[in-house]
Each structure stands twice: as C-alpha cells, then as structure tokens.
Design a protein around this ligand. Structure first.
Ligand code: HEM
Length: 160
C-alpha cells in the first residue's frame, strides 16, 4: 500500500459520513449483511459456530454470534476511517484478516458484493447526504481495505 489513493476532500467526506452512520453500527451493519445475503444467499452457510449452524438467513441475522461478526466488521471499518491518513499502518492486520477469511471458505470475489452492500447500507443510512463524491470516496477506501485483505489469499504466512 505505497500509494495514498484518497484526497484530502475525500477524507473529509468519509469522516463526516461515518460520524453519522457509526452512531448505530449494528443497525447499519445489519442492513449491509441483509443486502449481502439477498445478493449471495449461500454466504450464510459460511457462518457456523459451535452452538449454531444456520439453515436460513433470518436465523443467522437473529443470532448473537452473527451480531458479533457485524460488530467486528464495523470495528474494522471504524479503524480504517480513523487511520485514513495512514492506511498502510493497517496493512499487516488486514492481510492476516484476509488469510483468516480464505480459511473460512469465502471467495475473494464475494468481497466485491460486500463492497456493493456497504455502499447500499451507507446510502440507506445517509439518504441525500450520500452524494456521488461521497460514494466515490467510500469505494476508494473499501478498495484499499480489500486490496490489503486480498494479499492474504495469495501470500503465505510470514515467519511461520
Ligand atoms: C463475504 C463476507 C464475509 C464472510 C462470509 C465472513 C466470514 C467470517 C467468519 C466465518 C468468521 C469467523 C467467525 C466469526 O468471527 O464470526 C469471520 C471473522 C471475522 N471477520 Fe468476517 N466475513 C465476511 C466479511 C468481513 C468483512 C468485510 C470484514 C471487515 C472488513 C470482516 C471482519 C472479520 C473479523 C475482524 C473477524 C474476526 C477475525 C479474528 O478472529 O481475528 N469480515 N468472518
């Protein structure tokens, strides 16, 4: 992640919009995953916990384990927004996170749908505040996050 892809005005748009959405992270995260499961219903089967194997999207969305995953996702986005001036500081963490996701069986291609679902959730939460410029800024930020995660699909663990 050598190159800094976000401009200063884009960083302002991201911080301002996230300040609104992050007030209710679980709600907006639930909108994101509801959309994701509409677009790729089979992803629900990748979420299996010791105490719970879901056979429907509703069961998954209603479970406390899955709510924790929503919280984890929103925490990563929150970290990316807080580190928008120095995204490379998250590189190693995100590559490791990508590696963990590869191990869960999720395909890298599905992260494109996650990106679309994130944009959908932001748009639902922000209404007309979600301008084309804000959308573009978020697409770029998401691209950086997934770019770093995707290295976890290809790179072998270091020092192990
Ligand atoms: C296709 C979408 C995704 C699928 C199928 C998926 C699946 C999973 C699964 C099965 C786990 C392990 C169980 C758990 O902790 O609940 C997990 C953990 C996690 N996921 Fe995801 N995930 C997806 C997207 C994301 C995204 C977009 C992020 C953040 C950018 C994320 C962040 C995390 C984190 C932080 C953990 C915990 C990792 C750890 O234990 O260190 N996930 N994910």
């Amino acid at each position: 992640m050598e190159k800094e892809p976000l401009t200063e005005p884009q960083k302002v748009l991201i911080r301002d919009s996230w300040q609104i959405v992050s007030q209710d992270q679980i709600h907006h995260g639930t909108v994101l995953f509801t959309r994701l499961f509409e677009l790729e219903p089979d992803l629900v089967f990748l979420f299996q916990y010791n105490s719970a194997h879901f056979s429907t999207v509703q069961e998954c969305l209603g479970s406390s384990e899955f709510t924790e995953h929503i919280r984890k996702v929103m925490t990563v986005i929150d970290a990316a927004v807080s580190s928008v001036d120095s995204l490379s500081s998250l590189d190693e963490y995100l590559t490791g996170l990508g590696r963990k996701h590869r191990a869960t069986g999720v395909k890298l291609e599905s992260f494109k749908t996650v990106g679309e679902s994130l944009i959908f959730a932001l748009e639902s939460g922000l209404g007309e505040l979600f301008t084309p410029e804000t959308r573009e800024a978020w697409s770029q930020l998401y691209g950086v996050v997934v770019g770093a995660m995707s290295r976890g699909w290809y790179r072998e663990p270091q020092g192990e």
